[in-house]
Design a protein around this ligand. Structure first.
Ligand code: B12
Length: 214
């Protein structure tokens, strides 16, 4: 791994805010692709944070500090990730489902979609099914994107889809889901329209759903 990426990885892992910013800038100055900086430097570090948590070496505060350090680096990286060509490709309503407070992945997906020209409405975290329903009625998005990082809160995705169906909205909006524990098989099981394991492929999924809508 490039030295600067290794330093960035270590800075995220250690929750070193200044180190994250310095190394993101250094990586950009060295001409590294923003996508590589994000994936190989920061997301890889968050994966390691998760592994250490699982092994009992890290606790919630360490996870939180690492997450915040990553977010401080994202502020610098954001303008470089967003492409310049702009056309309004459609409206996407994003939210982390009820009971779940993880938002880094959701924010990244929103960012990449925004870069691809979509208008993003972000409902935040811990969003109940009724709130998704209310906002779909009010704002008429083309696509709803739900995120869940806990095996327990994946069930809130099913509840939200059921609530959209019960409100008669299911034929009016496409629904995509994602988050570390979410799989293609789960997406099919709950009859979501799309799934992506990461933010860049989420753009392809939304693009093809938009084509289907036309
Ligand atoms: C940071 C973190 C936290 C932070 C979150 C801060 C924040 N602002 O988000 C804090 C400290 C708050 C936290 C809390 C908890 N956490 Co936590 N957390 C993590 C950690 C380390 C990283 C998550 C992350 O940001 N990853 C980086 C992003 C970029 O990746 P991502 O979220 O997967 O997103 C990508 C894809 O999944 C996809 N994607 C995501 N969303 C969407 C949506 C759509 C529509 C699409 C298409 C794609 C998509 O694209 C993204 C970009 O590529 C994970 C470890 C892991 N391996 O995931 C544990 C993890 C998710 N947490 C875990 C746990 C257990 C908890 C707690 C219960 C701990 C506790 N005892 O309190 C609490 C729960 C709080 C709650 N109610 O939500 C477990 C979950 C286990 C499980 N199977 O359910 C994990 C897996 C850690 C572990 N290995 O045990 N956590």
């Amino acid at each position: 791994m490039e030295e600067v990426l290794k330093n960035l990885f270590d800075a995220v892992l250690g929750g070193d805010f200044e180190g994250v910013k310095t190394n993101v800038q250094a990586a950009l100055d060295a001409g590294l692709e923003p996508g590589v900086i994000l994936n190989d430097g920061m997301i890889a570090a968050m994966r390691e944070v998760g592994a250490r948590f699982e092994a009992g070496e890290y606790y919630v505060p360490e996870m939180l500090i690492a997450a915040r350090a990553m977010q401080s680096g994202m502020t610098l990286l954001k303008p470089h990730l967003q492409k310049t060509e702009r056309k309004s490709s459609g409206k996407v309503l994003m939210g982390t489902v009820k009971g779940d407070l993880h938002d880094i992945g959701k924010n990244l997906v929103g960012l990449m979609l925004e870069g691809a020209g979509y208008e993003i409405i972000d409902l935040g975290v811990d969003v109940p099914a009724e709130e998704f329903v209310k906002k779909v009625m009010e704002l008429k998005p083309d696509v709803v994107g739900m995120s869940a990082l806990l095996t327990t809160t994946m069930q809130s995705m099913r509840t939200t889809l059921d609530a959209l169906t019960a409100a008669g909205l299911r034929n009016h909006v496409k629904v995509i889901i994602g988050g570390a524990p979410v799989t293609e098989a789960f997406a099919q099981q709950i009859e979501a329209d799309g799934f992506s394991p990461d933010a860049s492929r989420a753009v392809n999924v939304v693009n093809s759903l938009m084509e289907e809508k036309l």
